[in-house]
Design a protein around this ligand. Structure first.
Ligand code: UDP
Ligand code: MG
Length: 319
């Protein structure tokens, strides 16, 4: 019997490219024998005609399933919804903009035959990406690999095939604020990496702003590490120790030589410096408190509006 592979594709405002994506991907998957592919297109609250196109595609091809959200919940939520609604023996996660070349799918499938639980793509170049973004992201990976337990190779992208066992492991992590790059690595399992050259987005535009990426980086670190909290404790400890020595020196000076009034510069510097450190510490603490706050609400990761997938959970919302 053929093995089943689900292709989970998060889509946000992809009206221009979705049909091309399906056409191009079909060309590849139709050549792979022994596997049945099914698309799970996730419309992440698109404001354009993405959803209408999905329905059109679903009526044209019977292996196209769709899920549509009530609003935009972000790519992480879209990937989660896709994984949750998948039943295949394997699941491929890929972008809808053809930046994740479908031509890599046969090699990924082959890797699972070699016994890997996961086969993921790794970008070797960042051609077409802004210098600032590349620099920022390279340093983010360096930094985050140093301070967190999860190792995310630089250039690792979300494009990958995963076994059912690995998908179930990922779904068992129920956090609402999801950082998939970290989650993929945290769950473990044998992963094969296949390098590829960055492909520029042919149609449509990227949904990332610089600020968005910055927040994503902070999320990544706070999701998987408490190192920043340790850092502020260490800074506090160091400053206390230095201050203690300075207090002793000042006291001795005052006792031996009497009080010397000038001290404007020292006072000002100490106040400003400590003020800065305290603000920073409260900020870092706040990041973690905010995460606890958001998690404690236990809100759903996404809200469904339409789907043509028959799964118990979805029945009430089915069209
Ligand atoms: N995406 C999504 N929800 C969002 C933003 C993006 O589902 O809020 C999808 C998007 O349609 C695409 C994938 O996530 O399929 C990657 O997005 P994009 O191409 O904008 O990111 P980049 O390739 O620049 O990292
Ligand atoms: Mg893209």
């Amino acid at each position: 019997m053929n093995k089943k592979v689900d292709l989970v594709v998060p889509c946000y405002n992809e009206e221009e490219g979705l049909k091309v994506f399906v056409t191009e991907t079909n060309k590849i998957i139709n050549t792979i024998v022994g596997y049945d592919f099914q698309y799970i297109l996730v419309d992440d609250g698109s404001k354009d005609k993405t959803f209408a196109i999905m329905k059109e595609l679903a009526s044209e091809f019977n292996n196209i399933k769709y899920i549509s959200f009530s609003r935009n919940f972000g790519k992480e939520a879209a990937m989660y919804a896709g994984l949750k609604n998948s039943k295949g023996d394997f699941v491929v996660v890929m972008d809808a903009d053809l930046q994740h070349p479908p031509s890599m799918i046969p090699d990924m499938v082959k890797a699972t035959e070699e016994g890997y639980d996961c086969c993921a793509a790794m970008r070797t170049t960042r051609k077409g990406e802004s210098k600032v973004r590349s620099l920022f992201s390279r340093n983010f990976y360096k930094f985050s690999n140093k301070i967190t337990d999860v190792k995310m190779p630089y250039g690792a992208v979300d494009f990958r095939i995963m076994s059912r066992q690995m998908v179930n492991a990922i779904l068992s992590l129920s956090e609402v604020q999801r950082f998939s790059k970290g989650i993929f690595s945290w769950v473990g399992f044998d992963t094969k990496w296949i390098p590829y050259e960055n492909v520029e987005r042919a149609i449509g535009t990227t949904k990332w702003s610089f600020w968005g990426l910055f927040k994503y980086a902070i999320d990544g670190i706070t999701s998987f590490s408490v190192a920043p909290l340790r850092l502020i404790s260490a800074i506090g400890f160091f400053i206390s120790a230095v201050s203690f020595i300075y207090i002793i020196i000042t006291l001795i000076q005052a006792l031996v030589f009497g009080v010397q009034t000038p001290g404007y510069v020292t006072t000002l510097c100490a106040t400003l410096f400590l003020g800065g450190i305290i603000e920073m510490s409260v900020g870092i603490l706040g990041e973690y408190v905010a995460r606890i706050y958001m998690e404690s609400k236990n809100r759903p990761i996404y809200l469904l509006k339409h789907t043509n997938i028959e799964i118990e959970d979805n029945k009430a919302d089915k069209e």
